[in-house]
Design a protein around this ligand. Structure first.
Ligand SMILES: [Zn+2]
Length: 476
């Protein structure tokens, strides 16, 4: 065997083959072996007795260094990778997938290149980008899809809806269903996947108009604009279109029971359909909008009802919801709470740092989620669906040594001081049991004992390729 640089000893190790007390040996940037306890030696040994070793977290949905279009006149951006990924590594996330935006007039390759340039040397965690297709794109743009897939960017994000109200004027987000169909055809042919923000455009925009006419402006009405029915209609329409074109679909931020049910029904028919949800959606509901810091928990579509939270947890613990994400949109507290009305609230969450710990505490400790399922919904499934697997998302020989130790003995109430990105966290005052304590990125210990040992030059762009089995039927 190759000389080992690092051995993690004594932990309960979560692999896809099973969970057990094993030694994990790391050589260079890779996992070299998973072996019997006390069987390995190396220059450095981490004693991890009493802790759980899981694959480094994968955050599949972030918006860093992103123009804040809720208040376009302010001309502000979310915090960049140099700030947000510091929180990620503290929280056990070693890879994230952000977006590059292709709007009319811009080629896909150019959009990728400018984001890659922004990230280079500025990220504590590894990264990639979904290609977001927005607005009245010229049809030849869709011919660039195969080239983007072979360059390592196989996921294509579309909005079926203008998410924000018509006032003030903003650049368009929505792609019409004709263009979505065209994208699906290209993606299906070349082993890509669609990433879909699915809401019913007509219902959403009509409700903004109706509440404006009724002079009702309260922000907590968001769940009546971005409604359960809207999610139901759009999920079903998108699934039908996917079935007709042969495309796989990854639904971002599933928020309602109706969304989970649509995805479960499609998967039961053998379709390659996957749902993501957000820990904020699973832990908060529309009543929370009425609390003093209620819009901290808002992102589009909206918080829903307790029955929806129950369906999201059920899908995460059992089957039907494959991944947890944040829809990370890091800002200051002042900016996040600046708008409190239907037409000016700020969407997006701050919580990529808390994601692994919250899913552990709320999923494993409170709801009996198995350790393997925890690894699936925080890492492995995102790696498989988005094409990072088996380089990422699994503790196995040959994979990147992206590893996280969780200390299940920690019991605390989260405080502002537990977070490392902005001047607030929506998770302040939330009680947890268990929390990530050590993070290793490609063999390098980047966080240990509350200390940041990594740097912004650690994170690398990771090319992605989706395995055919993920696109043939629901595989995870
Ligand atoms: Zn998003």
């Amino acid at each position: 065997m190759a000389m080992l640089d690092l051995v993690i000893r004594g932990a309960e190790v979560v692999t896809s083959q099973g969970v057990g007390k094993w030694d994990v040996g790391v050589a260079g940037e890779h996992i070299a072996t998973v072996a019997l306890p006390d069987s390995l030696e190396a220059g450095r040994v981490i004693d991890a007795s009493g802790k759980i070793l899981v694959p480094g977290g994968i955050e599949p949905h972030t918006h860093l260094a992103h123009f804040i279009s809720m208040q376009p006149e302010a001309n502000e951006y979310t915090l960049g990778p140099e700030e947000d990924t510091r929180g990620m590594v503290f929280g056990g996330t070693t890879t994230h997938v952000d977006f590059c935006f292709v709007r009319p007039g811009l080629a896909i390759a150019a959009a990728i290149e400018s984001r890659a340039e922004r990230w280079k040397g500025n990220s504590y965690a590894d990264y990639s980008f979904h290609v977001a297709l927005q607005g009245q794109l010229a049809l030849p743009v869709f011919d660039q899809i195969p080239e983007a897939i072979s360059a390592g960017f196989p996921s294509f994000k579309v909005f079926t809806v203008e998410v924000l109200p018509p006032h003030p004027k903003r650049h368009p987000y929505r792609l019409d269903f004709g263009r979505i169909k065209l994208a699906m055809e290209n993606v299906a042919k070349h082993a890509g996947i669609m990433v879909v923000h699915a809401e019913d455009h007509d219902l959403v925009q009509f409700m903004y108009e109706k509440f404006r006419a009724d002079k009702r402006t309260e922000g907590w009405l968001l769940s009546e604009v971005h409604s359960k029915l809207s999610e139901k209609l759009a999920f079903h329409r998108t699934i039908q279109l996917a079935a007709a074109t042969g495309a796989g679909v990854y639904f971002v931020h599933t928020s309602a029971k109706e969304g989970v049910e649509a995805v479960q029904a499609a998967r039961a028919q053998g379709l390659p359909i996957y749902a993501e949800t957000l820990h904020h959606y699973a832990c908060f509901n529309q009543e929370d909008y009425k609390t003093p810091r209620g819009f901290c928990y808002h992102t589009y579509p909206s918080l829903k009802l307790p029955e929806d939270q129950a369906a999201l947890w059920d899908g995460l613990v059992k089957d039907g919801v494959s991944t947890t994400a944040t829809d990370e949109f890091p800002t200051s507290l002042e900016l996040k709470l600046r708008g409190q009305e239907l037409e000016n609230v700020t969407g997006g969450n701050l919580g990529a740092e808390a994601r692994m710990g919250i899913v552990w505490s709320e999923g494993v400790v409170k709801r009996g989620m198995s350790l393997q399922r925890f690894a699936d919904v925080t890492s492995t499934n995102a790696a498989r669906i988005l094409g990072l697997y088996p380089k990422k998302g699994v503790i196995a020989p040959g994979s990147d040594a992206d590893l996280v130790l969780i200390d299940p003995a920690i019991a605390k109430t989260l405080r502002k001081e537990d977070f490392h990105v902005s001047d607030y966290s929506p998770w302040e005052n939330w009680p947890v049991r268990g929390w990530p304590v050590t993070t290793i990125l490609r063999g390098k210990v980047v966080v240990e004992n509350g200390k940041l040992l990594g740097s912004t030059s650690d994170g690398k762009l990771v090319p992605r390729k989706i395995s055919p089995e993920v696109l043939r039927k629901a595989a995870c």
